[in-house]
Design a protein around this ligand. Structure first.
Ligand code: NAD
Ligand code: UDP
Ligand code: UDP
Length: 315
């Protein structure tokens, strides 16, 4: 039987591990490439015995010669504390990683998808964000290594598309959460849940009035698979995320209520360049991919809390 050979870079990370699992479930052969910067083998431990799964330690800033039919380029630290720890490496990963995976896609004529981000919109003045909005990114701020890295990766994808006729897909992913988020990566959902479960203060940055829209990981993976499967004339960029918007203060209260935690909510300074609001307009994904998220925040949080509870009790 012919199996599609799929490369997932960053496959040992949060999103990548769920994607690998789903691809194997649909009969593909999966090559998972990761340098373990933020991801770990534990995220794919349940897949290691699968006969069509392979993990390779590799840094995407270096060339990679393999034979595959599809490429999902996810390699890149995604949380602010991780991508700001070594900002030069973050830009290299986004940009050189894009060049190398695009070069690979060109040589083997593979379809290639970029995990881009809502951060390309920066701190937006257009709300909700549509794909034609060009964004407001501070080029010299602490988030720029990531934001500009991803913006340049998008540019490279479209130049390889125009110059070399590559079959590209660009997904602009909005805040996604779920099991296998890194417990200490500082992202808001994992932070609040870990703080609540440990009985530590819940750290709301700013006054908690800034907003985010949270997508459960299963919905997001559906969106990425749908985008890869779409016709080659649909390149994106396309927003993938959940359009239901919450303030960070509301999220803190929800997590405290759901976990029955005694943690108090405290307020800390808002980090520099922290976007005040973020909500995807997903009309394009609805129309072109027939995709929209199905899992409400409460339901996704229940599964995520269960994951972090297990993680704490296993430690
Ligand atoms: P993650 O940090 O859990 O996963 C990233 C993975 O990439 C990790 O396994 C890490 O070790 C690996 N990696 C980092 N640098 C690498 C390199 N140079 N070579 C090889 N592997 C490398 O983050 P995630 O949330 O799973 O994000 C995956 C992708 O989705 C990222 O590209 C991120 O920018 C994008 N994204 C995620 C979100 C979100 O809310 N989770 C939102 C927007 C975009
Ligand atoms: N590349 C790779 N794997 C391949 C083919 C290319 O990693 O199978 C890398 C290669 O190192 C190159 C980059 O992708 O630096 C871009 O390749 P491309 O063919 O577009 O450009 P060129 O080789 O002409 O610089
Ligand atoms: N945030 C917070 N407390 C935390 C971690 C994050 O209030 O412990 C806020 C952060 O300032 C931002 C929002 O939650 O306004 C989302 O942060 P995250 O790092 O998860 O994602 P991003 O800012 O990249 O959307």
């Amino acid at each position: 039987m012919w199996r599609k050979r799929v490369l997932v870079t960053g496959g040992c990370g949060f999103l990548g591990s769920h994607l690998c699992e789903r691809l194997l479930g649909s009969g593909s052969e999966v090559l998972c490439v990761d340098n373990f910067y933020t991801g770990t083998k534990d995220n794919v431990i349940q897949l290691l015995d699968h006969p069509h799964f392979e993990v390779m330690r590799h840094d995407v800033t270096f060339p990679l010669y393999v034979e595959v039919d599809e490429i999902y380029n996810l390699a890149c630290p995604a949380s602010p504390i991780h991508y700001q720890r070594d900002p030069v490496q973050t830009t290299k990963t986004a940009v050189h990683g894009a060049i190398n995976t695009l070069g690979l896609a060109k040589r083997v004529k593979a379809k290639i998808l970029l995990a881009s981000t809502s951060e390309v919109y920066g701190d937006p003045e257009v709300h909700p964000q549509t794909e034609d909005y060009r964004g407001r990114v501070n080029t010299i701020g602490p988030r720029a290594c990531y934001d500009e890295g991803k913006r340049c990766a998008e540019t490279l994808f479209f130049d390889y598309y125009r110059q070399h006729n590559l079959r590209i897909r660009v997904a602009r992913i909005f805040n996604t959460y779920g099991p296998r988020m890194h417990p200490d990566d500082g992202r808001v959902v994992s932070n609040f849940i870990m703080q609540a479960l440990r009985g530590e203060p819940i750290t709301v940055f700013g006054d908690g009035s800034q907003t985010r829209s949270f997508c459960y990981v299963d919905d997001l993976v559906d969106g990425m698979l749908g985008l890869m499967a779409a016709g080659d004339d649909f390149t994106g960029p396309v927003n993938l995320g959940n359009p239901v918007e919450f303030t960070i203060g509301e999220l803190a209260e929800k997590v405290v209520a759901m976990t029955g935690s005694k943690s108090e909510i405290i307020f800390e300074p808002l980090p520099e360049d922290d976007p005040m609001q973020r909500q995807p307009d997903i009309s394009l994904a609805r129309r072109e991919l027939g995709w929209e998220p199905k899992v409400p925040l409460e339901e996704g949080l229940v599964k995520t809390v269960a994951y972090f509870r297990d993680l704490i009790s296993a430690a």
